[in-house]
Design a protein around this ligand. Structure first.
Ligand SMILES: Cc1ncc(COP(=O)(O)O)c(C=O)c1O
Length: 388
């Protein structure tokens, strides 16, 4: 018997993806569909692949300092073209990854015991970035009705030992693109309480039609002067394994302290990552535009299926990212519905409680996969929930 078109597409997708080297497809047994970590199931842009293939073809892996030194200017141009903010390239530094820049900013910009605000639920490693160096998480929940920032609540969360805000903008896991008004209200609170702002904008480019990312540092000169902006091409171009990121250091005192560190303490991006990032930010724009159209169609398809077939799942349509934050509390699956779905639907989602205590009863689904795989994941979730 010949397979249905859907089945043959699914088999082809699975055959291709199960050969991936990355953790997304290797952590779970072969009967599990991985929709968890934020890697896409699409190959990166052809311009990036061509640049890396040429490097491999030549066996060209010697010292290549020029690759990384070109990135600050490339990043500034990319931000100006795509987000209307032209950061001064002399304040942009290259890092191995975004969390390295976040750790460094927290380490240099806060003191042991200081409070650092997180707008929760939020990207899980942020908690460890704060507590791992003896700082305190100040948990400020987003408004669950639409995941807006409530500036009054933010202000109420701040005590006299709170010295920083670690912002994720656009927001993982809710997919919110905070508006200029919301961010301006945050900037006013930061100004009043003299907070260091670390703005992780790794998702800035994956924004769907109708929304516009506002770089926090672009709000005003005063906002820029208290902000470290971290970014990378890794989410947009699906190349997190290449390890290359940047940070714009708007805070002169932190800039000064970084300059005092031993020259090699922070390491350096490898040349494949730096070359890929440079090419992505100079020639990858058309591919990003096409990919966003694809991701937006995936998002719309997922939301339509959830609304029609699983109305008990609460999900705000993400305005950015390729992540859907699913409220499964109506199904009574306990604090960690992802654990239940892994066992019963053979679909791996991001466990809600990892995103903070307000993530209980939620799970995060990565929809940056093929249509056949997304449908298979949704079919499995529906079958498991209906068969309880
Ligand atoms: C908000 C956010 N920040 C940082 C990262 C990780 O970035 P990196 O691997 O460059 O540390 C991710 C990965 O998904 C993320 O969603």
């Amino acid at each position: 018997m010949t397979a249905e078109p859907h089945d043959s597409q699914l088999s082809a997708d699975l055959a291709r993806l199960r050969c991936s080297a990355g953790v997304k497809w290797s952590r779970f047994p072969a009967d599990v569909l991985p929709c968890w970590i934020a890697d896409m199931d699409l190959p990166t842009a052809p311009v990036v692949r061509d640049a890396l293939s040429a490097l491999v073809e030549r066996g060209d892996f010697g010292y290549h300092f020029q690759a990384a030194s070109a990135i600050p200017a490339t990043f500034s141009r990319w931000m100006a073209e795509r987000h209307g903010w032209w950061p001064n390239e002399s304040h942009v530094r290259v890092f191995c990854d975004v969390l390295q820049a976040v750790d460094l900013a927290l380490w240099l910009g806060t003191q042991p015991g200081d409070g650092v605000v997180l707008l929760t639920p939020v990207y899980p490693p942020f908690f460890e970035c704060i507590t791992g160096i003896g700082r305190r998480v100040v948990d400020c929940p987003l408004d669950p009705a639409g995941w807006r920032i409530d500036a009054a609540r933010l202000e109420a969360c701040i005590d006299d030992r709170t010295t920083a805000l670690l912002l994720c903008s656009p927001h993982n896991p809710t997919g919110r693109v905070f508006t200029r008004e919301e961010l301006s209200a945050v900037a006013e609170v930061a100004e009043r309480h003299d907070l260091l702002v670390i703005s992780d904008e790794i998702w800035a480019d994956v924004v769907f039609s109708g929304s516009h990312h506002t770089p926090f540092a672009s709000l005003s000169g005063a906002a820029e002067a208290r902000t470290i902006t971290a970014a990378a091409a890794s989410k947009t171009f699906n190349m997190a394994g290449l390890r290359c990121a940047v940070a714009h250091i708007g805070v002169s005192e932190i800039e000064r302290r970084i300059a005092e560190l031993p020259a090699h303490l922070l390491g350096a991006a490898g040349s494949p990552g730096a070359i890929a990032t440079h090419i992505a930010w100079t020639e990858g724009g058309p591919w990003v535009d096409e990919t966003i159209v694809f991701l937006e169609a995936q998002r719309d398809h997922l939301m339509a299926r959830l609304a029609a077939e699983l109305p008990g799942v609460g999900a705000t349509t993400p305005e950015a990212t390729y992540l859907a934050w699913l409220d499964l509390r109506a199904y009574d699956l306990g604090d960690d519905p992802a654990g239940w779905l892994l066992a019963n639907a053979k679909v791996a989602l991001g466990p809600g409680p990892d995103f903070g205590e307000h993530g209980r009863g939620f799970a995060r689904l990565n929809f940056a996969t093929t249509r056949a795989l997304l449908d298979e994941a949704v079919d499995r979730i529906i079958a498991a929930l209906e068969g309880r």
